[in-house]
Design a binder for this molecule. Sequence first.
Ligand code: SAH
Length: 473
Amino acid sequence: MQNLPIFMNLKDRPVLVVGGGTVAARKAELLLLAGAKVTVIAPRVRNEMQRMIEAGRVTWREQSFGPGVVRGFRIVIAATDNDAVNRLVFEECERHAIPVNVADQPELCSFILPSIVERGSITIAVSTGGRSPILARLLKARLETLIPAGFGVLADLLGRYRNAVKARFAELDERKHFWERMLDGPLVNLATSGRIVEAEQILERAIQDSAPATHGEVWLIGAGPGDPDLLTLKALRLLQQADVVVYDRLVPEAIINLARREAERIDVGKSMRRHTLPQDEINQLLVDLAKQGKRVARLKGGDPFIFGRGGEEMQAVIAAGLPCLAVPGITAAAGCAASAGIPLTHRDCAQSVRFVTGHTQKDDMGLDWRALVSEGQTLVFYMGLANVARICASLRAHGMRADMPAAVIERGTLPDQRVFSGTLATLPSIVRAEQPRSPSLIVVGEVVGLRERLGFITQPTHTASALFELCAA
Ligand code: SAH
């Protein structure tokens, strides 16, 4: 081991920063985060440091560094642009056996400052032994994506129950098994999602009941519009924990394949005219699987709560007394608009945006057309492809101008995305000629015209995952 990792308690302890420049100020900030009492020694200071001094956050000794200065400090960090001073700081500290770090000079360090990943009371330090700070930063970035933001909250919660668990289970082994069981269950995701009361209930019940029922849980996960790179970190994490994945037709295989290899996969694929499994059977399936103790990832296209019947599934799961989490996804409107170069709102011409269902059998489609044609808004029709002619005709009949820009985005965000733009007058014939497939989204509004004005060029989207596949091939 190049360096021994230790975590030092510097709360209210005196530390010294030598130098008054930008780097010195950054080091001082870090030390302040650890609660240290920071003294800065420098004949002159720059803006950042000046502000810290004026705010009373650090104490300034307006002088040059000299022998004897380091005595009494727990650690010393030097960041001056003078090599001789930096070396002197190092030698002085070594003589007094005080840990010292000279910024960017590993040979003048008796300790190094690692890259840090922080989650509340949890700190993860990464070091390459001074060989490559950039590599350490890269590793840090990887860890940041792996560890849920709420892990600090989870640590605090577990900390609060430590004594109660100790009192309940006398044996170390018993306690270990208890915590392992808890950390393998719904507690983790509830706590990291901020649902502390429910997490506490689970802990309290488990402490009272020595053999608690190992209930599964259901996660309603938005899979986004298709491009796997548009998944949220949380969606990916849960997908990789799931015992079973229940998915819709809209979810591409590349996303389903992100689940664990051993996870069971159940297709409840729905298309407009082909309901493989009726909704109440899907609800029941989710409940049954979770009751068997399984962690169920219910993967839905886009966002689960936007035309996704996520609400009904959630109600069914909660009514069965099982934990249910919803993970938002990028809804088709947001995903398709971004990849087609259509800003959904724009200061000059669209102050609001409406998501509308275009799927209905009724003559007037059950929509409030008068409200839909009002000025300054963008309309996004989901499930409207089959009704595109009726949609365009109804908008015109209610007063929207015939040359209002309108577009169909087919398989938005996917590598074979196509965008057809025209106007309310021309879109139906364009659709007849080009025959876009499902899923397709219809966007109506001035913002569609911006696409050309912005000079946006539609290209096949080469997502990072597609590139990986290309490279692997
Ligand atoms: N919950 C989903 C919507 C489900 S309704 C969401 O939030 O996106 C299904 C409709 O979504 C489709 O008929 C289509 O209109 C739209 N849609 C979903 N993915 C799409 C995509 N990649 N490209 C275009 N439209 C899409």
